[in-house]
Design a protein around this ligand. Structure first.
Ligand SMILES: Nc1ncnc2c1ncn2[C@@H]1O[C@H](COP(=O)(O)OP(=O)(O)OP(=O)(O)O)[C@@H](O)[C@H]1O
Length: 261
């Protein structure tokens, strides 16, 4: 149950074991996108994935979300194979994709409505809106919101399902840099209060290091894990912490980039 007063719960444990993935190409042949990925997201952990464009990050998220099966290997949630989408795992994309004709409240209510739970659990919508600080905008419509507010609605729409895992595919990617920084802090707050596990794809090295317990660096396609950075700093983090600067340097090196500028 989502509640502003809730104590953090454990979140799901995700085990990705020897996962490789190929796509059939329209012109014939196959394209290998993932190569032997072994990764565990511990219960309540925040893990970020960094890697070159097109290496296979979103594909890995889609497999974990259960949107498609891995070609080979095994992905489990608390030891149960992931075979299809499930409300315990919610994906938040870069684009909030709100229904323009529905109010903020009605957009957040969608998941509960689809599952026939809305009548008995209307308070969860209010709780989720309170968690993202949008209680006063419940009756507003998407065109009346800023980009940051729209993405907060998308997060509330995810949280109303009380997810065990949030799958975050560049959720802050379209926001201006100041809103993005503010939303990163909000995301940490939400994660600490709601207690889900999180798997994030981002192109932003600082964002990954600010948010995650561990940052996984992937190679060019087909993606392999080339490095794991443990961000051994408590939350909330200070963006100017020298340890973050050192880890940023390390991450850029693993990505094959020169950190001098
Ligand atoms: N359904 C599909 N059918 C065929 N090829 C696909 C499909 N989905 C993705 N691909 C290809 O798989 C590769 C990896 O795509 P993916 O979106 O996972 O990369 P990414 O690392 O998330 O990229 P970016 O960082 O640019 O968002 C790309 O070459 C892409 O064209």
């Amino acid at each position: 149950m989502v509640s502003t007063a809730s104590v953090a719960q454990a979140g799901a444990r995700i085990d990705i074991q020897a996962v490789s993935h190929w796509f059939r190409q329209q012109q014939g042949g196959v394209l290998q996108v993932l190569d032997g990925i072994d990764l565990q997201v511990r219960a309540g952990e925040f893990v970020a994935l960094l890697g070159p464009s097109g290496c296979g990050k979103s594909t890995l998220l889609r497999l974990v979300a259960g949107l498609e099966p891995a070609t080979t290997g095994r992905i489990t949630q608390d030891d149960a194979p992931i075979a299809r989408p499930d409300p315990s795992r919610i994906v938040v994309f870069q684009d909030p994709t709100l229904y323009p004709w529905r109010s903020v409240w009605d957009n957040v209510a969608l998941g509960l409505q689809a599952r026939g739970l809305l009548k008995s659990q209307r308070a969860r919508v209010d709780d989720a809106l309170a968690l993202v600080g949008l209680s006063d905008f419940a009756k507003s419509f998407p065109h009346q919101l800023s980009g940051g507010m729209a993405q907060r609605v998308a997060l509330a729409r995810a949280l109303v399902n009380d997810p065990q895992l949030l799958v975050l595919d560049e959720p802050l990617g379209k926001l201006d840099s100041l809103t993005r920084i503010a939303m990163q802090s909000e995301l940490v707050n939400l994660w600490q209060r709601a207690g889900f596990s999180a798997l994030l794809v981002t192109h932003d090295v600082e964002e990954a290091l600010f948010l995650a317990n561990r940052v996984i660096v992937l190679s060019d396609r087909p993606a392999r894990i080339t490095a794991e950075l443990v961000v051994d700093l408590p939350y909330p983090r200070h963006r100017g912490h020298p340890r973050l600067a050192a880890l940023r340097h390390e991450a850029l090196q693993h990505l094959g980039l020169d950190a001098t500028w």
